[in-house]
Design a protein around this ligand. Sequence first.
Ligand code: NDP
Length: 248
Amino acid sequence: MTKVVLITGASRGIGRATARLAAALGWSVGINYSNNEAAARETAALVESAGGRAHLLPGNVAEEAAVIAMFDECLRVFGRLDGFVNNAGIVAPGMPLADMDAARMKRIFDTNVYGAYLCAREAIRRMAKDRGGQGGAIVNLSSAAARLGAPNEYVDYAGSKAAIDTMTIGLSKEVGPHGVRVNAVRPGLIDTEIHASGGRPDRAAVLGAQTPLGRAGSAEEVAETIVWLLSDASSYVTGAVIDVTGGR
Ligand code: NDP
């Protein structure tokens, strides 16, 4: 029996690295993305060359109909769902809260909070044993920003990730009795394209040098923790929020 994981935002960065590692460990992978189909196809090729089955699942996580369709399609193609990685997330250019416009804050909360909660709901509806599922594991992507606050950069993003920590705790208690474990990973400064989208492509390298381990982390290093939390190797871990921050 091949296990199936659906990963949001798997076209690039941490989501892609997680897809590739999960495939190497024998999982089939549903690859969600929002815009970048070419990058999603590259992820699919990496999954397949690692020995896994891949299926592209385009859709904006902040749109309820798209989220439901994405989960339905994943079940239709693979026939089961064992893991879900709530990874899609965005930042915006750094600035103090006083300078942020409402549209920017709404975009951050729509994607990072509303989208993540909708996706978690749909995963539970398909995995929880009291709803006809077979149990499974959810891994949510939080951020070290949730405890650092990201002053003068993006306190909106930091708050959106704090909501992920809280959802992880509450949801783990709701669905533990129904065979679903829910955990979160809090990356620190990881070398991906997200920093360029916040206007500072060198952010991870520059700030990473100031961490106790003296460097930025890689997407692959975060994927190792995510895939461990998906796997039976972490079978007694739920409601945990694990820092992967080089000590930051
Ligand atoms: P990237 O910017 O490299 O990749 C983001 C991914 O999310 C892409 O696949 C993108 O798709 C997808 N995406 C963005 N918006 C949506 C949406 N509305 N619906 C569906 N997919 C969407 O990000 P990272 O890999 O760096 O980050 C992954 C997660 O880790 C995020 O939640 C982030 O907040 C978190 N994180 C990252 C840190 C870092 O330093 N990199 C630090 C702490 C947390 P497309 O390619 O189509 O645009």
